[in-house]
Design a protein around this ligand. Sequence first.
Ligand code: GMT
Length: 386
Amino acid sequence: MQARLSIGVVCYSSLGGSGVVAAEIAAGMAARGHGVHMIASGRPRRATPGVHFHEVAPVAHPVIDQPPYTLAVAGVIVEVARRHGLDVVHAHYAVPHVASAYLAAQALAAKGRRPRLVTTLHGTDVTQIGVDAAIRPITAFALAACDAVTVPSSFLCDEAVRSFDLLPAAIETIPNFVDTDRFAPPRRHEPDRLGRIVAERSGGEAPRGPFLVHVSNFRPVKRAADLLTVLAKLRAAVPAHLILIGDGPQLDATAERAEAMGLGDAVTFVGEQSDFAELLSRADAMLLTSESESFGVAALEAMSCGVPVFAYRVGGLAEVVSDDSGVLVEPFDADALAAALAAVLRDDDRRQRMRAAARARAVDFFRAEPILDRYEQLYRRVAGER
Ligand code: GMT
């Protein structure tokens, strides 16, 4: 029998794919019998049965005008390691978690208890904030000191090599994954069901399809205004309705813009949903207009539900969405996205083929268990190097 590992998972709890991936890995490792300690400033948004949660509380003092989050995370890692013994610390989203993990490991090494460090880069920690002149030197230094660095796509691997001077061989590409049981196509065809669920969750009228769905944290990188541009163009041909799931800084502006464009009745905002698998699974298409996605967990969850993805060909999306499971168009060609959607929404046979291909791709390439195996092997490899 293989040894039980003690694993610290450091992540953000804010709405977003990195927190989802961290929570799913933590829950997966706990289900495999490992001791898992999640270190974050808030509870994860996804259920994490069997995972011990350790809060990073904000540290405030009148002299300090910015709370020292990096030190607070490092302090909690040290505390958890002293109480529970950590074999591995897995930091998600490098800024500043890799620096916190590095500091904690140095402090623990002095006592002969240095945990191994694994960092998963997720996206803007490499492409945006990570390359900020104030952030890059320490992030690159701490990444170089990790026992393993992973990325979810080849796109992000190339970006990380360029941004942080890492050697390609020092980075392992482990794709994100999806719970294909939870995110699954509907068992029965019930044409009115999605309209009814949307009405229940939004408190409004039941809309009529065809339905597009968008899931995001409404950050600028998602280009939410483009969703409405595409919808307006599409509606010249097909009376589609757009369901927006999630919350974030640009949600209000998006709602105001929808009204201003006369799309108020064609869009429903259902907000952040703790369980949106059924909503997703009953949509006809997923619409994503991001300016970049290292991977696109939301796209993968749609595909797992048998929902084809329509997006710009940016970042690592082409590694997730194949030509038969969705349509990727030149960035930022809203006309092309609207035309692709209209063609598929008008062609039942093609839509059914895409649904089947999307589901098959999610199951064949992105099922949770084989990818959790890779993380577990990685943890054992780095822990065994002692
Ligand atoms: O990097 C970000 O902008 C945030 C991060 C998040 O927490 O949502 O998203 C990134 O990580 C996800 C999980 O690996 C990926 O699915 C997203 O594509 C990626 N976002 C970007 O690259 C913009």
